[in-house]
Design a protein around this ligand. Structure first.
Ligand SMILES: [Mg+2]
Length: 178
């Protein structure tokens, strides 16, 4: 798991730092839970679309299900905070995975993250946000004082518009690396 050197995870991060994830991984099931636990993390806020599943799909691949189970068995509090516009769809995934979930979260706005933090009863520095989008998951989580982990999108065959978006976010995140 790639990680940047510690840069202080305070709410004093400037805009450039907010764009840079603390961790980068190719997919959620590759995330080293032992390491996160040893680093003091106790909560994980998860994006759904293109992070846990294909967009609008209720099919979660077995390795992802297994990783989520390992995380919960380890003691992590796991919550879903999604921008998906269908509460019914997110409710389906919530039941399937046994995780509390919020739809229409409006990331990068803080409301959804604050909801999950309140439910977890953890401090922001004990929580990491996992997602595929720099301009929603990463900047939103970092703005709330949480650590962030960027994963590659589950979707491999991206539309041209999506490829352009991801490329732009990657450029934003890396071009100003300190
Ligand atoms: Mg996503």
């Amino acid at each position: 798991m790639a990680a940047k050197p510690s840069q202080g995870r305070s709410r004093n991060r400037n805009l450039i730092q907010l764009l840079q994830p603390d961790y980068i991984e190719i997919c959620v099931e590759k995330i080293d839970l032992e390491r996160w636990w040893d680093e003091g993390l106790r909560g994980i806020i998860l994006d759904v679309d293109d992070t846990l599943t294909l967009k609008n799909s209720a099919l979660v691949e077995p390795p992802v299900v297994e990783w989520l189970k390992m995380a919960q068995d380890k003691g992590f509090k796991c919550y879903i905070v999604s921008n998906n516009r269908s509460p019914a769809h997110i409710e389906t995934l919530s039941k399937l995975l046994g995780l509390p979930a919020l739809a229409r979260a409006g990331k990068p706005r803080a409301n959804g993250f604050h909801w999950a933090l309140g439910q977890m009863q953890l401090s922001a520095h004990e929580v990491v946000v996992v997602g595929d989008r720099v301009l929603t998951d990463i900047i939103g989580g970092a703005s709330c004082g949480m650590r962030t982990c960027l994963v590659l999108p589950v979707t491999r065959e991206l539309s041209r518009a999506k490829r352009t978006l991801y490329a732009f976010e990657k450029w934003l995140s890396q071009s100003f690396r300190l």
